[in-house]
Design a protein around this ligand. Structure first.
Ligand code: ADP
Ligand code: TYD
Length: 219
């Protein structure tokens, strides 16, 4: 790990096991003696958690696609300023359950093609990528069943059903090809502990001082 910490994100469709694997990775790295900040988006700071409630609860048609993009970006900016950057500056490992790739997918592709606007806002207001992104890939039918079984009051995109879930899975896999050095695909169609083993085996090399983020990550 470098003096500036390590920033790891988990991405994937709803129900793919990101939250479960984020927790397991944090536990494993702490057991190895690392200082870990486990966080999530939308949210991860007091202000961003307030925005989370605005975007994930209530009438799904409450916001236009553009307004929603601004809200997710505002939440990310606060999270970055208050939680992620201070932790990285202190040399800690940040594990974030979803980050900007989720915006590229959900706001960029779900309601028309807003990917250009997503990328422009990201460059202007965020300007940071994780050092390593673990894309938990899995069968979209099984993932949606898992997500629905969990049934919470935060169901913004689960409500859009199987079609969106299928498109998001394909979109995430295409994103992994767009950023091959940063994004590693993890097969999520296995037991929790098998997935966790692959996750840890993927993260451990990134803890080495020799690990150097590829140029594409910083663009
Ligand atoms: P996500 O954060 O990607 O939406 P979660 O980690 O919340 O997914 O997992 C969704 C549901 O599936 C949870 O009830 C969780 O316990 C369960 N789950 C997670 N990983 C697995 C797995 N590998 N096999 C079976 N069930 C799993
Ligand atoms: P999350 O709590 O991670 O849901 P899940 O555990 O079901 O994967 O995220 C909530 C929802 O927010 C999810 O449907 C994806 C959506 N989302 C966006 O639309 N844009 C974003 O930038 C982020 C971070 C999440």
């Amino acid at each position: 790990m470098t003096a500036t910490g390590l920033f790891v994100s988990f991405e994937g469709i709803d129900g793919s096991g990101k939250s479960t694997q984020s927790r397991r990775l944090a536990t494993a790295l702490r057991a190895m003696g690392h200082e870990v900040v486990l966080t999530r988006e939308p949210g991860g700071s007091p202000g961003a958690e307030e925005i989370r409630a605005l975007v994930l609860q209530g009438d799904p048609d409450r916001w236009s696609a553009e307004t929603e993009l601004l809200l997710f970006t505002a939440a990310r900016r606060d999270h970055l300023e208050r939680t992620i950057r201070p932790a990285l500056a202190a040399g800690q490992i940040v594990i974030c359950d979803r980050f900007a790739d989720s915006t590229r997918m959900y706001q960029g592709l779900s309601r028309g093609d807003l990917r250009g606007a997503v990328d422009t806002l990201h460059t202007l207001m965020i300007g940071q990528e994780p050092d390593l992104t673990l894309l938990v890939d899995m069968d979209p039918v099984a993932a949606l069943a898992r997500a629905r079984a969990r049934a919470t009051h935060e169901e913004r995109f689960e409500d859009f059903g199987q079609d969106l879930q299928d498109r998001m899975r394909a979109g995430f896999l295409a994103l992994a090809q767009e950023f091959p050095a940063r994004i590693r695909v993890i097969d999520g169609n296995r037991t929790e502990s098998d997935v966790a083993d692959q996750v840890l085996a993927t993260v451990i090399p990134a803890l080495s001082p020799a690990f150097s983020p590829a140029a594409e990550q910083r663009s």
